[in-house]
Design a protein. Structure first.
Lengths: 410, 145
């Protein structure tokens, strides 16, 4: 069940040190890499079907091509802002196998003809970004990076300072440019991102860490894992009311219940499963009866009205209060809204407040209607997907667990 | 002006300037350096940063106030941050918060924060920014005594 592509060195002691990493295969994809032309690499990534692993699941090859085709100085920005509740996989890569990430950055920069890369790490991850910086320094010393490397790549670690929204790629770039993390309006035609007006590729840590395997073994080897539309593996994770919370890499298409039972150790204290939030807080909740046959891939979860997201599952047992769980998430959205768009700034605050009434069992029928209408007012009316995600969360809870909200009406 | 970067940080700033295409990108790194040096970001530090990056002070201030980790006041106590988001709440973070409030709030400033990316170690908190996972009241009592 566990399939180690990205996590192969996680259990090796001190694998953040370059000598240990080299003994375990670090930088072994570079010979194959430099024997190919950049365009061949982009084609390989496209053929592998590698999808963005930060939550969106966009095809990586397409994004690489856009960045490559655009004229100008190119930048690669690695998104290590990992802030989606229930998600804690990228920090494993940063601290347990940073050289895999560096190797992936070298390959990606070579493919899109960039010499400059930034890793935007959330501010709270200071201890992990210190490990990453140590690894980068060693990679410079051994000439894998810098002017003396076979292909010049410079990597700068840039610390965020506590803002969930900076995980949104355009907000991240605003933050990198020294601004408040406000998402940008999106163009209507496919386009790369821009850092100081230069074409920029933004990819999640795990996406980049998957690249060395594909470079070394080819697109077909990657496609041997996972499903046709969701090839490869993901560092799925499980937390909440389970016995063995953690990060376990499995191929896409693995059964969700099997994952929770076998790897997550099942529900704690022998209790029954009530619901699962499948891929980070922003993906709509699913009740236990709906997930019996669900497979962990983008298509399966979309088809049952949720999303794969980051693959970070939060498990709720039979005693968990649904109303309280929604209150917890809406407080999160309220706290993290960047405040740029009115429907989001007001909607997240308002819905958070309404939930207080349900918690106090002092709500009215009208409160339930207002909650629905606030949710509707947040969907599709803002610059980024933060408010639509909050709206989806509310709708998911109300759709599957309305009775628990009705019980709170006086 | 009462704030100036110390020698070590002045050297770091020289390297940082080489690391970005425009000085504007230095704003977050310089705010971090200032906060590390003084434990908070004072008005004069923002003025100083404004001069270095050649961007008006008001912009620096607007950036500082956006990010939750920047402090505009000198902390009076050591800081404990308790994660309150869902996986931690399901594993007893409220109890931990109550315990800390009633037993350790004299020596420590207890702050609730949103998801820290440590859900497999729930409940969790940080002490001086360092992660402590799978915490219990007993363990906290030992560490914080």
């Amino acid at each position: 069940m566990i399939t180690k592509i990205v996590s192969k060195n996680f259990d090796i002691k001190d694998s953040f040190k370059i000598d240990v990493a080299l003994k375990n295969g670090a930088y072994s994809s570079l010979d194959t890499l430099f024997s190919k032309k950049p365009q061949e690499l982009i084609d390989t990534i496209t053929q592998s079907g590698l999808r963005g692993k930060g939550g969106g699941g966009a095809l990586a090859g397409g994004k690489w091509q856009l960045a490559s085709d655009h004229k100008g100085i190119k930048y690669l920005v690695v998104n290590a802002d990992e802030s989606e509740p229930g998600t804690f996989k990228d920090r494993r890569i940063l601290s347990l196998d940073p050289h895999l990430l560096i190797e992936g950055i070298i390959a990606t920069c070579y493919a899109i003809a960039s010499h400059s890369s930034y890793i935007y790490v959330r501010g709270e991850y200071e201890e992990f970004s210190d490990v990453l910086q140590f690894a980068i320094d060693e990679a410079y010393d051994r000439k894998y990076l810098g002017v003396d490397a076979r292909y010049r790549v410079d990597i700068v670690v840039h610390r965020g300072a506590g803002a969930y929204i900076c995980g949104e790629k355009s907000a991240l770039l605003e933050s990198l440019e020294g601004n408040r993390g406000h998402p940008r309006l999106k163009p209507h035609t496919p386009s790369p991102e821009f850092y100081f007006s230069e074409p920029t590729l933004v990819n999640n840590v795990e996406t980049i860490a998957s690249v060395p395997f594909i470079v070394k073994n080819g697109a077909e080897s990657y496609r041997e894992y996972g499903t046709e539309k969701s090839p490869g593996t993901l560092l799925f994770a499980v937390s909440g009311n389970v016995n063995s919370p953690g990060v376990y890499e499995v191929p896409f298409g693995t059964g969700m219940l099997e994952y929770i039972e076998k790897l997550g150790g099942g529900v704690k204290n022998g209790k029954k499963l009530k619901a699962v939030i499948p891929g980070g807080a922003s993906t709509p909740i699913l009740p236990a009866n709906l997930i019996k046959d669900v497979k962990l891939d983008y298509e399966n979860l979309r088809d049952i009205g949720s999303a794969l997201g980051t693959g970070g599952m939060i498990v709720l047992d039979e005693d968990a209060s649904i109303v309280k769980a929604l209150k917890n998430l809406l407080r999160f959205y309220h706290h993290e809204s960047c405040g740029q768009c009115t429907p989001c700034r007001e909607g997240t605050a308002w819905s958070d407040k309404i939930l207080d009434k349900f918690i106090a069992k002092d709500a009215s029928r009208q409160d339930l209607e207002v909650l629905r209408s606030v949710s509707n007012s947040m969907n599709g009316k803002t610059i980024c997907v933060f408010a639509p995600a909050a709206s989806g969360v509310i709708d998911g809870f109300l759709k599957h667990f309305e009775s628990e909200f009705l019980e709170c009406i006086k | 002006m009462s704030f100036s970067f110390n020698e070590e940080n002045t050297l770091k700033i020289k390297t940082l300037i080489q690391s970005y295409p425009q000085k504007r990108s230095l704003i977050l790194p310089l705010l971090w350096l200032a906060q590390k040096q003084d434990s908070y970001i004072c008005d004069d530090a923002m003025q100083k940063i404004s001069e270095i990056v050649e961007i008006p002070y008001m912009h620096i201030y607007s950036v500082v106030t956006f990010y939750t980790m920047f402090r505009l006041k000198r902390p009076q106590k050591r800081i404990i941050e308790v994660c309150r988001t869902l996986s931690c709440e399901l594993n007893g973070s409220e109890e931990i918060k109550t315990y800390l409030d009633s037993n350790h709030s004299d020596e420590y400033e207890i702050i609730e924060v949103e998801c820290m990316g440590a859900c497999s170690g729930a409940p969790m908190c940080t002490l001086d920014g360092k992660y402590m996972e799978n915490i219990t009241k007993e363990e906290l009592a030992k560490v914080l005594k």
